[in-house]
Design a protein around this ligand. Structure first.
Ligand code: TYD
Length: 207
């Protein structure tokens, strides 16, 4: 699939944990709604049956790589056909928190072939009009995670994983035209303004 090719505008926010993604996604949706745009806000994993299965696996025991991959892909198939495509067809701005880039980065570190996975994902699923990868140094991300969750991430492996995940996001940013890296080290308000400017540019180019 080459582009979302609908009347709506498809925006994805993705990237490593600890960059303030959830807050910024909410701020962006609120601001666009205040400006009078029709906004459909969603996230992956979804709250559908596959998404629930994935979330449950966090407590009931992690799935094998193959099972996990197919759960994320099935979840996305359902998400695209039941929500994303219909909303784009209806002219909405669709904002999704995480998408196929997370599959490449997170299942990639479990041993999936990232290049093959990326081309498979791009062939099957709609390509966003704009994708922002929230980015910041892993040490800062870990610090923010421990501040907001009140726990000290003490596993070296976690730092290694985040470093690997960030590297994969950087590779995808270099390869995918729709992707822009977003530096999340400035203040939350500065990042909010940066996102608003980039989104405004895409909206202007679609008029
Ligand atoms: P979630 O609780 O929504 O976390 P966050 O607020 O960080 O988005 O859980 C999402 C987790 O699922 C996150 O750690 C990334 C992971 N994930 C994958 O491993 N593969 C995927 O395809 C997607 C969409 C998410």
């Amino acid at each position: 699939m080459t582009s979302a090719s609908n009347r709506g505008v498809f925006i994805v926010i993705d990237g490593i944990d600890g960059a303030g993604k959830s807050t910024q996604v909410q701020r962006l949706c609120d601001s666009l709604r205040e400006q009078g745009f029709g906004v459909t806000q969603s996230r992956e994993p979804t709250d559908g049956r596959w998404g629930k299965m994935i979330r449950n696996s966090a407590t009931t025991g992690r799935l094998s790589l193959d099972e996990e991959l197919s759960a994320f892909v099935n979840d996305r198939r359902e998400h695209v056909s039941t929500l994303i495509q219909p909303a784009l067809g209806a002219g909405q701005i669709v904002i999704v928190d995480r998408y196929f880039y997370s599959t490449v980065a997170y299942q990639g570190i479990r041993g999936a072939d990232t290049a093959a996975l990326l081309s498979q994902m791009r062939a099957e699923f709609p390509i966003p009009d704009l994708t922002l990868f929230f980015d910041l140094p892993v040490s800062v991300a870990l610090q923010r995670i421990s501040e907001t969750r009140g726990e000290v991430p003490n596993e070296f492996e976690q730092e290694d994983s985040l470093t690997e995940i960030r590297k994969t996001f950087h590779q995808m940013a270099a390869e995918c035209d729709e992707v822009q890296l977003l530096d999340c080290t400035p203040t939350m308000d500065a990042v909010t303004a940066d996102i608003a400017a980039r989104v405004a540019q895409v909206l202007a180019s679609r008029q």
